[in-house]
Design a binder for this molecule. Structure first.
Ligand code: CP
Length: 341
């Protein structure tokens, strides 16, 4: 069976469910779809197919990249606000999965606000669905985001290192680069932990040196920390944890400061926000950027709390790649749909 065939019909719930060659194939397919999109070459690989997009939380990038992406692939998306569906009246994940599998070709779900709910919900839908289930962000991972992040880092550093993406593996391009994944202060809402968790698991896997920084109350799920340790041990990378943003940024090639809520307070989000006020100085500003390498890139999954998580000077400055990163959400989600549906 070819690698492409192994992906057809598979659920995409966490990147750790996929082998490194399978993730590499997703990235190469993303490159190909990006080139075709930019050249105006039609790529209707999912003609007349339907994906159902279930949102238990708000979204700009994820919803629109999936909707635009499936249209460009020749198919159609149904947007469903979970609150306006029978899920709000308690319809089971089993019934939802079975019935939608009979109507279309893929089911994508965002269910990210409460630890221990979203991932198990989508795995339950997937268990009963005959069609692939794609995680548009859960409590554990945001695998569409982190794949786009890896694509972005790989593009920047392949160019800087004079490597051709068609000839070099992702591991060859990014191995040894240091990424600082840091908590930052945000007053808007208690953001899920899935982006930093997904980052530490995926980047250690590909051999990047990962330093995670957070105040003591803003720990990540122990299982994801352990997974990052294991992946680092396998790839020969380092995975370190500190409670200093500056220490994490020291000599970093990539900095990724963003906020998340307190693991024990997701059911009391106001208390989490109140607690986070102690750490208002956890902001990515020009002074902090000086701790990183001069040519380091600034990343953020967006939306960013400007003037809190990051200053305008940094996010709008020459080191920021946030718009390329957001653009890559389109190309990677198309690759995930095209190869699994
Ligand atoms: N980064 C991200 O997932 O953005 P949205 O919440 O807007 O989908």
């Amino acid at each position: 069976m070819s690698l492409i065939d192994t992906l057809r019909g598979r659920d995409y719930i966490e990147t750790r469910d996929f082998s490194e060659p399978e993730l590499e194939l997703l990235l190469r397919t993303s490159d190909d779809l990006k080139s075709k999109f930019k050249a105006g070459v039609p790529h209707r690989y999912l003609a007349d197919k339907t994906i159902f997009l279930f949102f238990f939380d708000k979204s700009t990038r994820t919803r629109n990249s999936f909707e635009a992406g499936i249209t460009q692939l020749g198919g159609h998306a149904h947007f469903i606000d979970a609150d306006t569906s029978q899920i709000a009246h308690g319809e089971s994940p089993k019934d939802t999965g079975i019935i939608l599998s009979r109507y279309g070709h893929g089911i994508a779900i965002r269910h990210d606000l409460l630890p221990s709910e979203g991932n198990s919900y989508m795995r339950e839908v997937a268990h009963h669905a005959d069609r692939p289930v794609i995680n548009m962000q859960c409590d554990v991972d945001h695998p569409c985001q982190t794949l786009a992040d890896l694509m972005t880092i790989r593009e920047v550093y392949a160019e800087r290192r004079g490597l051709k993406l068609t000839k070099s593996s992702t591991r060859e391009v990014v191995k040894g680069l240091k990424i600082a994944v840091s908590w930052a202060y945000a007053p808007s809402y208690a953001k899920p932990m899935s982006v930093p968790q997904g980052l530490i698991m995926l980047m250690t896997r590909f051999g990047m040196q990962v330093t995670l920084a957070a105040p003591p109350e803003f720990k990540l799920m122990p299982d994801t920390l352990q997974a990052a340790q294991n992946f680092a041990a396998q790839s020969g990378a380092k995975f370190e944890i500190t409670n200093s943003m500056e220490e994490a940024f020291a000599d970093a090639d990539v900095v990724y400061p963003k906020s998340w809520g307190c693991i024990d307070l997701f059911k009391q989000p106001q208390e989490s926000l109140e607690l986070s006020k102690k750490y208002k100085d956890w902001i990515c500003d020009a002074q902090l950027m000086k701790a990183a390498k001069k040519e380091a890139i600034y990343m953020h999954c967006l939306p960013a709390d400007r003037s809190n998580e990051v200053t305008d000077e940094v996010i709008d400055g020459p080191q920021s790649v946030v718009y390329d990163e957001a653009e890559n959400r389109l190309h990677t989600c198309k690759a995930i749909m095209a190869l699994t549906m």
